[in-house]
Design a protein around this ligand. Structure first.
Ligand code: ZN
Length: 129
């Protein structure tokens, strides 16, 4: 088991971690890479890494659909929106690899999705061969 550390700088942002994951892959052999965040207000996803406007649009859409202030929210930390967005994105990703390369599509990248930053986040990485 290995860990990737990420420092978010904004309350909401998508931080690409593809290169950090590749650095931890074995050079030969094939298997799957399992990523998991032990956090309740961030998530992990695989999506477009070529056009940064996609990250912008995902965050904009989630912000519009799940506002930070919403009548009836009770959670004392006032970050219920971040908890909801984290559950929508999910806490894990599973990606196949072969000979040191992730078997991602041409436009795909792996992202930590921060919804209650800035914070230091840890992503657990388990290589299964
Ligand atoms: Zn909370």
């Amino acid at each position: 088991m290995q860990t990737i550390k990420v420092h978010s700088r904004q309350r909401e942002e998508m931080i690409e971690i593809t290169s950090q994951v590749i650095d931890l892959l074995p050079r030969t052999g094939e298997g799957i890479c399992f990523l998991f965040v032990q956090h309740t207000t961030c998530g992990v996803t695989v999506n477009e890494s070529a056009d940064p406007d996609v990250k912008h649009d995902i965050l904009l859409f989630l912000r519009k659909k799940v506002p930070q202030v919403f009548e009836g929210f009770r959670h004392f930390e006032n970050n219920s929106d971040a908890h909801i967005k984290a559950s929508l994105i999910g806490p894990y990703a599973v990606i196949p690899f072969k000979d040191g390369k992730l078997l991602l599509g041409r436009w795909q990248g792996i992202f930590l999705c921060e919804f209650d930053g800035p914070r230091e986040r840890s992503i657990i990485l388990k290589i299964i061969t």
